[in-house]
Design a protein around this ligand. Structure first.
Ligand code: AMP
Ligand code: MG
Length: 405
């Protein structure tokens, strides 16, 4: 797709939908790779997977007890114990009417038996058991294939691999899985006023907090960030950092994308031959967001205000990374939820406003100052509410929210 900006023409502000659509069209999923299961958590399946074996693998006991023929068991009567069948080996025992085999959880069901009576429901007396409960056919027997049949689809291409997915793959005997490509990312923070945490602040300085923020957001997407570097507001320094950064699949540069005289990122991108596709999106916070490209690298310019950086990462960078990792379409947006509004929320602006808040017991309450520098409120938020331009949401209304955790 052609860029939304041509040559020197100043790009106009575009909608978040148009921005996201352009970004998702511009990025490609990276080549799949085979990894051990232990490295596949939070990755995306590269292809469909079908069950090679049925689960359970064989009929087995759900309890410690006695395998019996249900039809021959009468309350109070005895059955003769003819053997013991532990889990892990099959002793090929056979149970007839009036007989029982001692079994343990996971043990193969001996031939002829059609039920297991729990040990709590019998009285054992030497080689006999006395039955203290009704025995139904099929009781406490886990049938072969009752959970999963051979050939059944267990994972679709693009699906997220979770802890429980890994357990299922392991139960299929798989040691490795093909997952989407590994995204290599770089982060550049910019600003003369910034001091790294651990250092001491001079007059007019603040601590640099976007580096760790973006790094953490990357890592929540399953990307272990390669390079993080900080640049002063200096054209040569930024150009040099950009040249290093564009060697990655994704480059996030934070700060310096606004309209101030110290906002050097756009001209620096042009100087290193990178193309700016879009700049300024109608969203609050986060308007000065920029997206561009340099050969295979997707470049995201995030506004320096921490809440803006956070929001634009989630709205635009996260879906792009997930797409590159091979995620299915419906994995790209944050999980949604319907909540009741605990108080009235207004958006007087002509941009959609993402209000930060807390979801508790089904209710969403805005939290902290709703301004783009206000990091404390953001730190307390676990959910977002998108309020359309010039909209008033009354308190008590049910609204769709986005979950952060
Ligand atoms: P900028 O986008 O560079 O104009 O920065 C907007 C605001 O965000 C300014 O108040 C900056 O001091 C602040 N800011 C920019 N980068 C960072 C950062 N890495 N950590 C904390 N604050 C930042
Ligand atoms: Mg700056």
């Amino acid at each position: 797709m052609s860029a939304l900006v041509d040559g020197d023409t100043e790009p106009s502000v575009i909608t978040e939908e148009a921005a996201l659509a352009h970004i998702l069209k511009s990025v490609k999923s990276l080549s799949a790779r085979r990894v051990p299961l232990a490295q596949a958590l939070e990755e995306f399946a590269a292809r469909d997977i079908f069950a090679g074996i049925a689960l359970p693998v064989f009929d087995n006991s759900a309890m410690d007890g006695y395998a019996v023929v249900a039809g021959s068991c009468r309350l109070g009567q005895s059955q003769r114990v003819i053997g013991e069948q532990p889990a892990g080996i099959d002793r090929k025992l056979r149970v007839g009417a009036g007989e029982a085999v001692r079994v343990f959880t996971g043990a193969p069901i001996p031939e002829g038996a059609d039920a297991v009576i729990m040990q709590e429901d019998v009285r054992r007396d030497d080689s006999k058991i006395f039955i203290n409960a009704q025995v139904e056919p099929g009781e406490f027997v886990r049938r072969r294939g009752s959970d999963l049949t051979e050939g059944q689809k267990i994972l679709s291409a693009g699906e997220r691999i979770r802890a429980q997915t890994l357990a299922l793959l392991a139960a299929q005997g798989l040691a490795e899985i093909d997952v989407g490509g590994e995204v290599r990312a770089a982060i550049i923070t910019t600003g003369d006023e910034l001091v790294q945490p651990g250092g001491s602040l001079g007059a007019g300085q603040i601590y640099e907090s976007n580096g760790i923020l973006v790094r953490a957001l990357f890592s929540k997407c399953g990307v272990s960030t390669a390079a993080v570097e900080h640049c002063a507001d200096n054209a040569q320094a930024i150009e040099a950092a950009l040249r290093r950064g564009v060697k990655h699949d994704v480059l996030v540069i934070v700060g310096g994308v606004s309209v101030g005289a110290r906002d050097l990122v756009k001209p620096a991108l042009a100087s290193v031959g990178a193309q700016t596709d879009l700049w300024r999106v109608s969203v609050k916070p986060g308007k000065p967001f920029l997206f561009g490209r340099a050969s295979q690298c997707a470049i995201f310019g995030l506004p320096g205000n921490p809440v803006s950086a956070f929001m634009t990462f989630l709205l635009f960078v996260r879906p792009a990374i997930l797409r590159m990792m091979g995620a299915d379409e419906n994995e790209l947006s944050l999980p949604g939820y319907e909540a009741q509004l605990a108080e009235e929320v207004q958006n007087g602006s002509d941009r959609p406003h993402y209000v930060r808040g807390r979801l508790a017991e089904g209710k969403f309450t805005p939290v902290g100052r709703q301004e783009s520098h206000a990091l404390y409120g953001l730190s307390r938020a676990n959910a977002l509410l998108r309020v359309p331009p010039h909209e008033i949401f009354q308190d008590g209304h049910t609204v769709p929210i986005l979950l952060l955790d």
